[in-house]
Write a protein that binds this ligand. Structure first.
Ligand code: C2O
Ligand code: CU
Ligand code: CU
Length: 431
């Protein structure tokens, strides 16, 4: 995707793109071609973006990961009708990180995102710049999505009843809207900013040469220090920022970014390994980059005794919405929780009786993980940073601490987009 400033216009429209072959098919995008531009701003900047709706349907934009006023957040109440324009205006006030944007309508988010409406929103800062991380042609944004492609090459989004339960999984893995993607690299460090913008698919990222890579950031920005890992599990809505050292490969080699098998769930995802994209190591380079010892010194929230619990369940028999939080499905005019502005709370996402995976996401605030009990029973390296989305696997109970710094009405929901559209969402109000 091309890069633009925070002063721009995004036209949500029907457009065309060559997804599988050279023949163009109809998709959605924020301009020409699938997806939207990467928006890059510095912390402290004022953003002024016009969303022009040229679709035949309503839409809006949610700025996933940005801590901005509720009336700019793209709550499902705030719709932009066909042929209307909405002006998103806010000041960026948060640390450097990889955020993203996408529509947030109750009941048709999955379709609009799958057909192509999504883009990255990168926040930069002076602190981050001082680290001298790989940049320009060594800094690569990767939007990973799976799609089901019809015989004519276009995207098929028609989930069955069963797929509303389990989530829609496509056979074709696309990166930045391209199938069978590859990139020519030289023998040096690259920074990959990876977003999982799939509707339900989870990826267990690894390199085909089994090399270690370094995790440096997650949803809410940088980690304390680089964490060497051989794989990282990224569920829908999550981002990971990694450094890959291609000097560990030889010129002429091809290194694949792949997904390795992981714990399996009801819908059989996680069984099979598959390739995501290829890196062709094309040339020798002398790399002056040195991995920093430490990245960002953020403070840990201290424990709060104000505990709320959110039980995640799936009820096959339910008529309107099978996926529930605390036994309720989403109602736009109902405030489910009220939170005091400035407070820190402990929230439990309880999937201990469930057998599906729920990536739980909160708007208007970031959180820190405290514990994961049951299931995988651990906090993983990419979860040691500020987060806005956390995977609550089958049998797991995940405890987080959240600091509420922005007032207004926001949503908490499952970022499996079929589950979200099915009603696995609630409103909370900070006041
Ligand atoms: Cu990326 Cu409420 O979502
Ligand atoms: Cu969000
Ligand atoms: Cu879910």
């Amino acid at each position: 995707p091309k890069t633009v400033s925070g002063n721009t216009s995004l036209v949500a429209q029907n457009t065309t793109e060559a997804l599988m072959s050279s023949s163009k098919v109809s998709v959605l995008g924020y301009g020409e071609g699938i997806l939207g531009p990467t928006i890059r701003v510095k912390n402290g900047e004022n953003v002024n973006i016009n969303l022009v709706n040229k679709l035949s349907d309503h839409t809006n934009i949610h700025w996933h990961g940005l801590k901005i006023p509720a009336d700019m957040d793209g709550h499902p109440d705030q719709m932009v009708m066909p042929n209307e324009t909405f002006n998103y205006k806010f000041k960026v006030n948060q640390q450097a990180g990889t955020n993203w944007y996408h529509p947030h309508l109750h009941e048709s988010t999955a379709e609009q995102v799958t057909l192509g409406l999504a883009g990255l929103f990168i926040v930069e800062s002076d602190e981050e710049k001082a680290l001298g991380l790989p940049k320009d042609s060594q800094e690569i944004p990767l939007i990973i999505q799976d799609k089901r492609i019809k015989a004519d090459g276009s995207i098929n989004y028609q989930p069955t009843m069963k797929e509303i339960m389990t989530g829609y999984l496509g056979e074709n893995i696309l990166v930045n809207g391209t199938s069978k993607p590859f990139l020519d690299v030289s023998t040096r460090f690259y920074r990959l900013r990876i977003l999982n913008a799939s509707s339900a698919r989870i990826y267990n990222l690894a390199l085909s040469n089994k090399a270690e890579f370094y995790l440096i950031g997650s949803d809410g920005g940088l980690l304390f220090q680089p964490e060497p890992v051989r794989n990282v599990l990224i569920s829908t809505g999550e981002r990971v920022d990694i450094l890959v050292d291609f000097s560990l490969a030889k010129v002429g080699e091809v290194v694949f970014l792949k997904s390795e098998p992981f714990f399996t769930m009801g819908n059989a995802q996680g069984n099979q390994p598959f390739d995501i994209m290829a890196f062709h190591v094309k040339s020798q380079a002398t790399d002056t980059f040195k991995l920093p010892n430490s990245l960002l010194n953020f403070s840990k929230l201290s424990a709060s005794t104000n505990i709320r619990s959110f039980t995640l369940t799936m009820d096959h028999m339910a008529k309107e919405g099978m996926h529930k939080i605390n036994n309720k499905i989403y109602k736009s005019n109902r405030i489910d929780e009220t939170v005091v502005l400035g407070s820190v709370e402990t929230w439990d996402f309880d999937n201990s009786i469930g057998d599906e995976a729920h990536p739980m996401h909160i708007h208007g605030a970031n959180f820190q993980l405290v514990s994961r009990m049951g299931g995988r029973n651990a906090i993983f390296p990419h979860e040691k940073a500020w987060k806005d989305t956390v995977l609550v696997g089958p049998g797991e109970k995940v405890r987080v601490m959240i600091k509420f710094e922005i007032k207004g009405k926001f949503v908490l929901h499952c970022h499996n987009l079929e589950h979200e559209d099915d009603g696995m969402m609630l409103n909370f109000e900070v006041k």
